[in-house]
Write a protein that binds this ligand. Structure first.
Ligand code: HEC
Length: 323
């Protein structure tokens, strides 16, 4: 193994490492979680890209090795044909370290101090032209960008692998929508008897109804007409008819009277929905209604004075909580 060959192997290993690193960070970028629809596509793409990079680097290393062998063969030929002196001269040319030679090669342009050498003979009002060559590193970058553009175009525009901007927009919106829903869900569960207001949204009331049918109808009747539990459709309430009162009754129950505390079985959002639903039953006059129990509760929409009709269990939370 010669210096040169070792160098090229080191360089190859370095490049392979960088490429793998780039590939893996990209894969992590793409890992908006496995629920990102393009996660596996991206992962596959970058794995293949990294693999391709390794193959290319291996090929380059092999070519360097071959080149090295050819140089040796040439030196031996010189030795055989022209003797030891020519051989030594040839070998000494090789002495310049690989990276130095590479650096020279890749920045091979005539320096400013020598620009006279490459000055063309025309001169337009002091504007002159140099016949200098572009440094190879620049030219290489230029071709790399062209190659990249082709790969990029193909990936994003001619295959359905990479998402286009429109698709990306859709995905982003979907993600945002999910985030909004998640946020609202946490908000919905923050509701308690001090801040609850009656829901009017049809979806919420419909799910309130199904919660009622599943959990409450057994005691309060399918229509809220009452049974074991009191009639929920009249204007009379034992524990208060404000949404905050109802929510509180549902949440903490009245265990000694047979009304379950629902807080361990229903989420705050569900108790919110079912309480709101119950309030829509008021005034529906279902058949077989149970006789009123408790005190008349009048919604206090217009007044700011709390109604103090609750005899027992008067709920301090109802005070001044008019909507
Ligand atoms: C096991 C039977 C039973 C079930 C199931 C039940 N309740 Fe009750 N509920 C009662 C009883 C009994 C009372 C009366 C408590 C009292 O007399 O203080 C009551 C009272 C209430 C009150 C207060 C009524 C008032 O006049 O102040 C509300 C509101 C209520 N229940 C809602 C619900 C909701 C909502 C559910 C379902 C999530 C439910 N209940 C499930 C038995 C039940």
């Amino acid at each position: 193994m010669t210096d040169m060959n070792n160098q090229s192997i080191k360089a190859g290993a370095l490049m392979a490492g960088l490429l793998l690193l780039a590939g893996s960070t990209q894969a992590q970028d793409a890992a908006g979680g496995a629920n990102d629809p393009y996660f596996y596509d991206n992962f596959l793409f970058w794995s293949l890209a990294a693999l391709g990079g390794v193959v290319i680097i291996a090929a380059i290393a092999a070519l360097f090795h071959l080149l090295n062998v050819m140089v040796k063969v040439n030196q031996i030929r010189i030795f055989q044909e022209m003797g030891i002196e020519a051989y030594q001269e040839e070998v000494s040319k090789q002495r310049e370290p690989f990276w130095d030679r590479m650096y020279k090669k890749w920045t091979d342009a005539v320096p400013v101090e020598k620009e006279q050498d490459v000055m063309l003979d025309h001169n337009y009002d002091g504007i002159k032209e140099l016949d200098n060559s572009l440094p190879p590193w620049w030219v290489a970058m230029f071709y790399i960008t062209i190659g990249f553009a082709v790969v990029y175009m193909t990936y994003y525009h001619f295959t359905d692998k990479g998402p286009g901007s429109a698709e990306e927009y859709e995905m982003e919106m979907e993600r945002a929508e999910k985030a909004i829903q998640a946020f609202l869900a946490t908000q919905a569960n923050l509701v308690d008897e001090t801040n609850v207001t009656a829901l009017t949204d049809a979806d919420a009331l419909a799910s309130g109804q199904s919660i009622f049918n599943a959990n409450c109808a057994a005691c309060h009747g399918m229509l809220g007409e009452g049974g074991v539990g009191p009639n929920l459709t009249d204007a009379y309430w034992i524990h208060g008819g404000d949404v905050k009162d109802v929510f509180k009754t549902v949440k903490y129950g009245v265990p000694e009277k047979g009304m379950i505390a629902w807080k361990s079985q229903l989420s705050a959002a569900d108790m919110h929905k079912v309480s709101s639903y119950i309030l829509t039953l008021v005034g529906t006059n279902p058949p077989n209604a149970k006789e009123p129990q408790g005190d008349l509760y009048e919604p206090q929409a217009e007044t700011t004075q709390p109604e103090s009709t609750e005899a027992e269990g008067a709920d301090e939370n109802a005070l001044g909580m008019n909507e």
